[in-house]
Write a protein that binds this ligand. Structure first.
Ligand SMILES: [Zn+2]
Length: 126
């Protein structure tokens, strides 16, 4: 048995009260239902785009610094951050079995943070 109150709902799009025709009806109208789902899809796409942009930029910075430097590919963390590098954006983590050091993967590159010197070392996957 349904009580009348079960059918009084709040539409997530317009936040108005409405009387639902079915118990599982969530929106006041078909328009507000599709508006809600379109907005969610737009938000999702823009979040993906933002993360993709950070990852691509990180990869470009690692690539530039890797070929810029001779010998050890080590840079201070603040220098890299000033160049636009965002250390919290990477594609994966690999732990070196022998040392336990964590390598952060960015496409064909990887970086390792050395907290004792506050430096980032860059590696390239051949
Ligand atoms: Zn509505």
């Amino acid at each position: 048995m349904y009580l009348v109150e079960d059918y009084i709902k709040i539409c997530p799009t317009c936040e108005n009260e409405f009387e639902a025709r079915r118990a599982d009806q969530e929106f006041c109208s078909v328009q507000h239902k599709s508006e809600y789902h379109n907005q969610r899809a737009r938000t999702k796409r823009s979040i993906f785009k933002e993360v993709d942009n950070y990852l691509h930029r990180n990869r470009d910075i690692l690539d530039r610094l890797f070929f810029l430097s001779e010998g050890e590919k080590k840079f201070s963390r603040s220098y890299m951050i000033n160049a636009g590098f965002k250390p919290s954006f990477f594609n994966g983590i690999k732990t070196e079995r022998s040392t336990g050091h964590k390598l952060f993967l960015v496409y064909d590159y990887a970086f390792m943070y050395d907290s004792s010197t506050d430096e980032i070392k860059i590696y390239k996957n051949e």
